[in-house]
Ligand binder design. Structure first.
Ligand code: AMP
Ligand code: GLY
Length: 425
Protein backbone atom coordinates (compact mmCIF):
# COMPACT_ATOMS: atom_id res chain seq x y z
CA UNK A 1 0.00 0.00 0.00
CA UNK A 2 1.24 3.51 -0.85
CA UNK A 3 0.09 6.30 1.45
CA UNK A 4 0.48 10.05 0.94
CA UNK A 5 0.36 12.24 4.04
CA UNK A 6 -0.48 15.89 3.28
CA UNK A 7 1.17 18.51 5.51
CA UNK A 8 4.62 19.18 6.88
CA UNK A 9 4.49 19.49 10.67
CA UNK A 10 5.02 17.27 13.67
CA UNK A 11 1.58 15.71 13.27
CA UNK A 12 2.42 14.68 9.72
CA UNK A 13 5.77 13.26 10.84
CA UNK A 14 4.09 11.05 13.44
CA UNK A 15 1.44 10.02 10.90
CA UNK A 16 4.21 8.94 8.52
CA UNK A 17 5.94 7.17 11.42
CA UNK A 18 2.75 5.27 12.34
CA UNK A 19 1.69 4.44 8.78
CA UNK A 20 5.18 3.39 7.63
CA UNK A 21 4.80 0.23 9.70
CA UNK A 22 2.72 -1.25 6.91
CA UNK A 23 2.82 1.19 4.00
CA UNK A 24 5.29 2.99 1.78
CA UNK A 25 4.87 6.63 2.77
CA UNK A 26 5.01 9.84 0.78
CA UNK A 27 4.59 13.26 2.35
CA UNK A 28 3.65 16.59 0.72
CA UNK A 29 5.51 18.77 1.43
CA UNK A 30 6.86 16.92 4.49
CA UNK A 31 9.97 17.93 6.43
CA UNK A 32 13.46 16.49 7.02
CA UNK A 33 11.97 13.99 9.51
CA UNK A 34 9.41 12.56 7.07
CA UNK A 35 12.18 12.35 4.43
CA UNK A 36 13.85 9.70 6.59
CA UNK A 37 10.71 7.53 6.48
CA UNK A 38 9.74 7.86 2.83
CA UNK A 39 9.57 10.26 -0.07
CA UNK A 40 8.86 13.97 0.29
CA UNK A 41 7.00 15.59 -2.60
CA UNK A 42 7.65 19.35 -2.84
CA UNK A 43 3.98 20.35 -3.12
CA UNK A 44 1.99 22.83 -1.09
CA UNK A 45 -1.06 21.47 0.73
CA UNK A 46 -3.19 24.17 -0.91
CA UNK A 47 -2.27 23.13 -4.46
CA UNK A 48 -5.04 20.56 -4.91
CA UNK A 49 -4.38 20.03 -8.61
CA UNK A 50 -0.72 19.21 -7.95
CA UNK A 51 -1.67 16.79 -5.16
CA UNK A 52 -4.23 15.02 -7.33
CA UNK A 53 -1.56 14.80 -10.05
CA UNK A 54 1.01 13.34 -7.65
CA UNK A 55 -1.49 10.75 -6.38
CA UNK A 56 -2.05 9.64 -9.96
CA UNK A 57 1.64 9.69 -10.89
CA UNK A 58 2.84 7.71 -7.86
CA UNK A 59 -0.06 5.26 -7.73
CA UNK A 60 -1.04 6.36 -4.20
CA UNK A 61 -3.72 4.11 -2.62
CA UNK A 62 -4.65 6.39 0.27
CA UNK A 63 -4.16 10.08 1.05
CA UNK A 64 -4.29 11.16 4.69
CA UNK A 65 -4.69 14.90 5.24
CA UNK A 66 -3.14 16.44 8.36
CA UNK A 67 -4.08 20.13 8.63
CA UNK A 68 -7.52 21.74 8.75
CA UNK A 69 -6.98 24.26 5.92
CA UNK A 70 -6.85 21.75 3.02
CA UNK A 71 -9.75 19.81 4.57
CA UNK A 72 -11.86 22.96 4.84
CA UNK A 73 -10.84 23.87 1.27
CA UNK A 74 -12.17 20.54 -0.04
CA UNK A 75 -9.06 18.48 -0.79
CA UNK A 76 -10.94 15.27 0.11
CA UNK A 77 -13.72 16.27 -2.30
CA UNK A 78 -11.23 17.05 -5.09
CA UNK A 79 -9.43 13.72 -4.63
CA UNK A 80 -12.76 11.85 -4.55
CA UNK A 81 -13.90 13.57 -7.76
CA UNK A 82 -10.71 12.35 -9.43
CA UNK A 83 -11.45 8.82 -8.17
CA UNK A 84 -8.95 8.70 -5.29
CA UNK A 85 -9.38 7.67 -1.68
CA UNK A 86 -8.68 10.20 1.02
CA UNK A 87 -9.03 9.94 4.78
CA UNK A 88 -10.62 13.04 6.27
CA UNK A 89 -13.92 14.91 6.19
CA UNK A 90 -15.33 16.62 3.12
CA UNK A 91 -15.35 20.43 3.07
CA UNK A 92 -18.98 20.41 4.21
CA UNK A 93 -18.18 18.16 7.18
CA UNK A 94 -14.97 20.07 8.01
CA UNK A 95 -17.20 23.08 8.81
CA UNK A 96 -17.44 21.55 12.28
CA UNK A 97 -14.00 23.16 12.78
CA UNK A 98 -13.98 25.87 10.13
CA UNK A 99 -17.13 27.54 11.49
CA UNK A 100 -17.61 27.74 15.24
CA UNK A 101 -21.09 29.09 14.58
CA UNK A 102 -21.90 25.89 12.66
CA UNK A 103 -20.28 23.72 15.36
CA UNK A 104 -22.45 25.36 18.03
CA UNK A 105 -25.55 24.87 15.87
CA UNK A 106 -24.72 21.15 15.51
CA UNK A 107 -23.96 20.79 19.23
CA UNK A 108 -27.22 22.49 20.13
CA UNK A 109 -29.30 20.42 17.70
CA UNK A 110 -27.60 17.22 18.95
CA UNK A 111 -28.24 18.11 22.60
CA UNK A 112 -24.54 17.95 23.46
CA UNK A 113 -23.49 19.38 26.85
CA UNK A 114 -21.66 22.61 25.97
CA UNK A 115 -21.21 26.20 27.06
CA UNK A 116 -24.30 28.40 26.62
CA UNK A 117 -23.66 30.71 23.71
CA UNK A 118 -25.06 32.82 20.96
CA UNK A 119 -23.76 33.70 17.51
CA UNK A 120 -23.86 37.25 16.12
CA UNK A 121 -23.39 38.79 12.69
CA UNK A 122 -24.14 42.21 14.08
CA UNK A 123 -21.91 44.15 16.48
CA UNK A 124 -24.67 46.02 18.33
CA UNK A 125 -26.54 42.80 19.14
CA UNK A 126 -23.33 41.13 20.34
CA UNK A 127 -22.61 44.10 22.62
CA UNK A 128 -26.17 43.97 24.05
CA UNK A 129 -25.75 40.27 24.80
CA UNK A 130 -22.37 40.87 26.45
CA UNK A 131 -23.82 43.69 28.57
CA UNK A 132 -26.56 41.43 29.90
CA UNK A 133 -24.51 38.29 30.67
CA UNK A 134 -22.28 37.36 33.58
CA UNK A 135 -18.51 37.64 33.28
CA UNK A 136 -16.13 36.05 32.47
CA UNK A 137 -17.12 35.50 28.84
CA UNK A 138 -15.38 33.90 25.90
CA UNK A 139 -15.55 35.70 22.55
CA UNK A 140 -14.69 33.73 19.43
CA UNK A 141 -14.21 34.56 15.79
CA UNK A 142 -16.28 31.92 14.04
CA UNK A 143 -13.86 31.13 11.19
CA UNK A 144 -10.39 29.59 11.09
CA UNK A 145 -7.91 31.82 12.92
CA UNK A 146 -4.90 29.54 13.48
CA UNK A 147 -5.89 28.83 17.08
CA UNK A 148 -5.91 32.54 18.01
CA UNK A 149 -9.58 33.33 17.50
CA UNK A 150 -10.91 32.49 21.00
CA UNK A 151 -10.45 35.25 23.58
CA UNK A 152 -11.13 34.52 27.23
CA UNK A 153 -12.38 37.80 28.70
CA UNK A 154 -12.44 38.23 32.49
CA UNK A 155 -14.73 41.29 32.23
CA UNK A 156 -17.65 42.42 30.09
CA UNK A 157 -15.57 45.44 29.02
CA UNK A 158 -12.85 43.15 27.65
CA UNK A 159 -15.47 40.99 25.95
CA UNK A 160 -16.98 44.05 24.31
CA UNK A 161 -13.53 45.18 23.14
CA UNK A 162 -12.78 41.70 21.73
CA UNK A 163 -16.09 41.63 19.86
CA UNK A 164 -15.50 45.12 18.47
CA UNK A 165 -12.06 44.09 17.23
CA UNK A 166 -13.46 41.00 15.55
CA UNK A 167 -16.23 42.91 13.80
CA UNK A 168 -13.59 45.52 12.95
CA UNK A 169 -11.73 42.93 10.88
CA UNK A 170 -8.92 41.75 13.19
CA UNK A 171 -9.39 38.18 11.94
CA UNK A 172 -10.60 39.13 8.47
CA UNK A 173 -13.60 37.14 7.26
CA UNK A 174 -13.14 34.68 10.13
CA UNK A 175 -14.55 37.38 12.44
CA UNK A 176 -17.63 38.33 10.43
CA UNK A 177 -19.59 35.99 12.71
CA UNK A 178 -18.78 36.11 16.42
CA UNK A 179 -19.71 33.54 19.05
CA UNK A 180 -20.07 34.77 22.63
CA UNK A 181 -20.17 32.07 25.24
CA UNK A 182 -20.20 31.26 28.89
CA UNK A 183 -16.77 30.65 30.47
CA UNK A 184 -16.33 27.06 31.65
CA UNK A 185 -13.89 26.01 34.35
CA UNK A 186 -12.09 22.71 34.75
CA UNK A 187 -9.42 20.72 32.99
CA UNK A 188 -9.22 20.46 29.22
CA UNK A 189 -9.05 17.10 27.50
CA UNK A 190 -8.54 16.15 23.85
CA UNK A 191 -10.36 13.12 22.49
CA UNK A 192 -9.59 11.90 18.99
CA UNK A 193 -12.26 9.66 17.51
CA UNK A 194 -11.47 7.73 14.33
CA UNK A 195 -14.83 7.31 12.61
CA UNK A 196 -16.56 6.25 9.41
CA UNK A 197 -19.53 8.39 10.42
CA UNK A 198 -21.20 5.64 12.48
CA UNK A 199 -18.63 3.40 14.14
CA UNK A 200 -16.11 4.99 16.43
CA UNK A 201 -12.67 4.17 17.80
CA UNK A 202 -11.55 6.55 20.55
CA UNK A 203 -7.79 6.94 20.71
CA UNK A 204 -6.26 7.40 24.16
CA UNK A 205 -7.31 10.75 25.64
CA UNK A 206 -4.58 13.38 25.89
CA UNK A 207 -3.98 16.80 27.33
CA UNK A 208 -2.43 19.67 25.40
CA UNK A 209 -0.57 22.68 26.89
CA UNK A 210 -1.65 25.70 24.88
CA UNK A 211 0.13 28.52 26.73
CA UNK A 212 3.71 29.46 25.87
CA UNK A 213 4.92 29.65 29.47
CA UNK A 214 5.46 27.21 32.33
CA UNK A 215 2.56 27.02 34.76
CA UNK A 216 0.22 27.66 31.80
CA UNK A 217 1.00 31.37 31.56
CA UNK A 218 1.38 33.79 28.65
CA UNK A 219 -0.27 33.79 25.24
CA UNK A 220 -1.92 30.82 23.56
CA UNK A 221 0.07 28.88 20.97
CA UNK A 222 -0.68 25.97 18.67
CA UNK A 223 0.39 23.72 21.58
CA UNK A 224 3.67 23.51 23.54
CA UNK A 225 3.39 19.87 24.60
CA UNK A 226 1.01 17.03 25.30
CA UNK A 227 0.74 13.77 27.21
CA UNK A 228 -1.25 10.57 27.42
CA UNK A 229 -2.78 8.70 29.22
CA UNK A 230 -4.71 11.17 31.39
CA UNK A 231 -5.99 9.59 34.59
CA UNK A 232 -9.12 11.77 34.82
CA UNK A 233 -10.18 10.28 31.47
CA UNK A 234 -11.30 7.01 33.01
CA UNK A 235 -13.61 4.57 31.25
CA UNK A 236 -16.73 6.13 32.77
CA UNK A 237 -15.80 9.57 31.45
CA UNK A 238 -14.93 8.22 28.00
CA UNK A 239 -18.15 6.22 27.74
CA UNK A 240 -20.13 9.26 28.67
CA UNK A 241 -18.25 11.50 26.22
CA UNK A 242 -18.84 8.90 23.51
CA UNK A 243 -22.56 8.60 24.33
CA UNK A 244 -23.33 12.27 25.03
CA UNK A 245 -20.94 14.11 22.70
CA UNK A 246 -19.24 12.12 19.92
CA UNK A 247 -22.12 9.90 18.75
CA UNK A 248 -24.84 12.56 18.91
CA UNK A 249 -22.67 14.87 16.80
CA UNK A 250 -22.05 12.13 14.22
CA UNK A 251 -25.76 11.31 14.13
CA UNK A 252 -26.68 14.98 13.71
CA UNK A 253 -24.17 15.40 10.87
CA UNK A 254 -25.60 12.31 9.13
CA UNK A 255 -29.15 13.64 9.65
CA UNK A 256 -28.11 16.86 7.90
CA UNK A 257 -26.82 14.84 4.95
CA UNK A 258 -23.19 15.61 5.85
CA UNK A 259 -21.78 12.29 7.08
CA UNK A 260 -18.52 12.77 8.97
CA UNK A 261 -15.60 10.51 8.06
CA UNK A 262 -12.14 11.00 9.44
CA UNK A 263 -10.89 12.00 12.86
CA UNK A 264 -13.33 13.96 14.98
CA UNK A 265 -11.31 15.80 17.62
CA UNK A 266 -13.44 16.81 20.59
CA UNK A 267 -11.93 19.46 22.86
CA UNK A 268 -13.62 19.00 26.23
CA UNK A 269 -13.73 20.84 29.53
CA UNK A 270 -13.98 18.42 32.46
CA UNK A 271 -15.31 19.80 35.75
CA UNK A 272 -14.28 18.73 39.24
CA UNK A 273 -17.08 16.13 39.32
CA UNK A 274 -15.73 14.52 36.14
CA UNK A 275 -18.47 15.80 33.83
CA UNK A 276 -17.34 16.83 30.37
CA UNK A 277 -18.71 19.58 28.17
CA UNK A 278 -17.70 20.17 24.55
CA UNK A 279 -15.61 23.30 23.95
CA UNK A 280 -14.88 22.78 20.29
CA UNK A 281 -14.49 20.24 17.51
CA UNK A 282 -11.58 19.92 15.13
CA UNK A 283 -11.74 18.01 11.87
CA UNK A 284 -8.32 16.30 12.17
CA UNK A 285 -5.69 14.83 14.46
CA UNK A 286 -4.45 17.27 17.12
CA UNK A 287 -0.97 18.70 16.88
CA UNK A 288 0.93 17.96 19.19
CA UNK A 289 -1.61 15.45 20.58
CA UNK A 290 -0.95 13.01 17.72
CA UNK A 291 2.76 12.99 18.65
CA UNK A 292 1.85 11.23 21.91
CA UNK A 293 -1.38 9.43 21.09
CA UNK A 294 -0.05 7.45 18.12
CA UNK A 295 3.18 6.28 19.80
CA UNK A 296 1.24 5.37 22.96
CA UNK A 297 -1.55 3.50 21.17
CA UNK A 298 0.80 1.22 19.26
CA UNK A 299 -1.78 0.68 16.50
CA UNK A 300 -1.35 -0.14 12.87
CA UNK A 301 -3.94 2.26 11.45
CA UNK A 302 -3.27 1.88 7.72
CA UNK A 303 -6.01 -0.67 7.04
CA UNK A 304 -8.56 1.17 9.21
CA UNK A 305 -7.95 4.53 7.53
CA UNK A 306 -8.02 2.92 4.10
CA UNK A 307 -11.35 1.16 4.76
CA UNK A 308 -12.93 4.38 6.06
CA UNK A 309 -11.60 6.39 3.10
CA UNK A 310 -12.79 3.74 0.66
CA UNK A 311 -16.29 3.62 2.21
CA UNK A 312 -15.78 -0.13 2.84
CA UNK A 313 -17.46 -1.70 5.83
CA UNK A 314 -15.32 -1.01 8.86
CA UNK A 315 -15.28 -2.60 12.29
CA UNK A 316 -13.12 -0.72 14.75
CA UNK A 317 -10.59 -3.10 16.33
CA UNK A 318 -11.65 -1.65 19.72
CA UNK A 319 -13.98 1.14 20.77
CA UNK A 320 -11.75 2.45 23.56
CA UNK A 321 -8.15 2.14 22.53
CA UNK A 322 -5.87 1.95 25.57
CA UNK A 323 -2.40 3.45 25.74
CA UNK A 324 0.05 0.54 25.90
CA UNK A 325 2.65 2.95 27.30
CA UNK A 326 2.78 6.56 28.41
CA UNK A 327 4.03 9.29 26.07
CA UNK A 328 4.89 12.94 26.65
CA UNK A 329 5.99 15.40 24.00
CA UNK A 330 7.78 18.70 24.57
CA UNK A 331 7.68 21.24 21.75
CA UNK A 332 10.85 23.22 20.99
CA UNK A 333 9.95 26.59 19.49
CA UNK A 334 11.91 29.47 18.00
CA UNK A 335 12.60 32.69 19.96
CA UNK A 336 9.73 35.14 19.57
CA UNK A 337 7.13 32.41 19.08
CA UNK A 338 4.13 32.77 18.99
CA UNK A 339 4.02 36.53 18.19
CA UNK A 340 7.04 36.91 15.90
CA UNK A 341 9.17 33.78 15.52
CA UNK A 342 12.81 34.33 14.51
CA UNK A 343 13.97 31.48 12.27
CA UNK A 344 17.11 30.18 10.59
CA UNK A 345 19.18 29.00 13.59
CA UNK A 346 21.39 25.93 13.20
CA UNK A 347 20.02 22.98 15.19
CA UNK A 348 22.35 20.57 16.99
CA UNK A 349 20.97 17.14 17.81
CA UNK A 350 22.47 14.60 20.20
CA UNK A 351 23.58 11.45 18.42
CA UNK A 352 22.39 8.88 19.18
CA UNK A 353 19.16 10.17 20.74
CA UNK A 354 18.54 9.17 24.37
CA UNK A 355 16.78 5.79 24.79
CA UNK A 356 12.97 5.56 24.74
CA UNK A 357 12.57 8.80 22.85
CA UNK A 358 11.39 9.75 19.36
CA UNK A 359 12.12 13.08 17.73
CA UNK A 360 9.39 14.41 15.45
CA UNK A 361 10.26 17.29 13.15
CA UNK A 362 7.90 20.22 12.59
CA UNK A 363 9.40 23.51 11.33
CA UNK A 364 12.86 22.30 10.30
CA UNK A 365 14.66 22.48 6.96
CA UNK A 366 18.02 21.37 5.56
CA UNK A 367 19.96 24.19 3.94
CA UNK A 368 22.04 23.80 0.78
CA UNK A 369 25.02 22.65 2.84
CA UNK A 370 22.90 19.95 4.54
CA UNK A 371 22.74 21.82 7.87
CA UNK A 372 19.48 21.41 9.82
CA UNK A 373 17.91 24.78 10.59
CA UNK A 374 14.83 26.13 12.37
CA UNK A 375 12.22 27.01 9.75
CA UNK A 376 8.97 27.46 11.67
CA UNK A 377 7.52 28.63 14.98
CA UNK A 378 7.25 25.13 16.38
CA UNK A 379 10.48 23.39 15.37
CA UNK A 380 10.69 19.92 16.92
CA UNK A 381 8.66 17.62 19.16
CA UNK A 382 10.67 15.69 21.73
CA UNK A 383 8.59 12.63 22.59
CA UNK A 384 9.53 10.47 25.57
CA UNK A 385 8.01 7.05 26.23
CA UNK A 386 7.73 5.28 29.55
CA UNK A 387 5.79 2.98 31.84
CA UNK A 388 4.03 6.00 33.27
CA UNK A 389 3.68 9.70 32.55
CA UNK A 390 6.31 10.64 35.16
CA UNK A 391 8.96 8.51 33.42
CA UNK A 392 7.87 9.59 29.94
CA UNK A 393 7.96 13.27 31.00
CA UNK A 394 11.54 12.92 32.29
CA UNK A 395 12.62 11.35 29.00
CA UNK A 396 10.83 13.95 26.93
CA UNK A 397 12.49 16.75 28.92
CA UNK A 398 15.93 15.10 28.65
CA UNK A 399 15.54 14.84 24.87
CA UNK A 400 14.40 18.48 24.62
CA UNK A 401 17.37 19.55 26.77
CA UNK A 402 19.80 17.70 24.48
CA UNK A 403 18.68 19.66 21.40
CA UNK A 404 20.19 23.09 21.06
CA UNK A 405 19.61 26.09 18.84
CA UNK A 406 19.94 29.77 19.60
CA UNK A 407 17.07 31.16 21.62
CA UNK A 408 15.13 27.88 21.76
CA UNK A 409 12.04 27.95 23.96
CA UNK A 410 10.45 24.95 25.62
CA UNK A 411 8.44 24.20 28.72
CA UNK A 412 9.97 22.01 31.40
CA UNK A 413 6.62 21.27 33.00
CA UNK A 414 4.73 19.34 30.33
CA UNK A 415 2.31 16.88 31.98
CA UNK A 416 2.51 18.78 35.28
CA UNK A 417 -1.07 17.97 36.25
CA UNK A 418 -0.52 14.25 35.86
CA UNK A 419 2.87 14.39 37.58
CA UNK A 420 1.18 16.18 40.51
CA UNK A 421 -1.57 13.55 40.63
CA UNK A 422 1.04 10.77 40.63
CA UNK A 423 2.89 12.52 43.48
CA UNK A 424 -0.32 12.85 45.48
CA UNK A 425 -1.32 9.20 44.96
P1 AMP B 1 -11.35 27.07 20.81
O1 AMP B 1 -10.66 27.75 19.68
O2 AMP B 1 -12.82 27.18 20.82
O3 AMP B 1 -10.86 25.70 21.01
O4 AMP B 1 -10.77 27.76 22.13
C1 AMP B 1 -9.37 27.83 22.36
C2 AMP B 1 -9.10 27.74 23.82
O5 AMP B 1 -9.82 28.78 24.52
C3 AMP B 1 -9.61 26.45 24.46
O6 AMP B 1 -8.68 25.41 24.32
C4 AMP B 1 -9.78 26.90 25.90
O7 AMP B 1 -8.52 26.95 26.55
C5 AMP B 1 -10.30 28.29 25.76
N1 AMP B 1 -11.78 28.28 25.75
C6 AMP B 1 -12.59 28.23 24.66
N2 AMP B 1 -13.89 28.24 25.01
C7 AMP B 1 -13.92 28.31 26.35
C8 AMP B 1 -14.98 28.35 27.32
N3 AMP B 1 -16.26 28.36 26.96
N4 AMP B 1 -14.63 28.38 28.62
C9 AMP B 1 -13.34 28.39 28.99
N5 AMP B 1 -12.30 28.37 28.14
C10 AMP B 1 -12.58 28.32 26.82
N1 GLY C 1 -3.30 21.11 19.84
C1 GLY C 1 -4.54 21.67 19.50
C2 GLY C 1 -4.97 21.45 18.12
O1 GLY C 1 -4.43 20.62 17.41
O2 GLY C 1 -5.91 22.10 17.70
Amino acid sequence: MKVLVVGGGGREHVLCWALSRSAAVFCAPGNPGTAELGTNLPLGASDHAAIVGAVREHGIDLTVIGPEAPLAAGLVDDLARAGFKAFGPTADAARIEASKAYAKEVMFAAGVPAARSETFGDEAKALDYIASHAEPLVVKASGLAAGKGAIVCPTRAEAAAAAREMFGGKFGDAGSLVVVEEFLTGEELSILAVTDGEQVMLLPASQDHKRIGEGDTGPNTGGMGAYTPVSIADRALLERADREIIRPVLAEMARRGVPYRGVLYAGLMVDAAGHAKALEFNCRFGDPEAQVVLPAADLDLTEDLWRIAAGESWQPPVTYCEATRAAVTTVLATPGYPASPVKGQEIRLASPLPEHTILFHAGTALDDAGVLRAAGGRVLNATGLGRDVVEAAERSRALAESITFEGRQYRRDIAWREVARAGAA
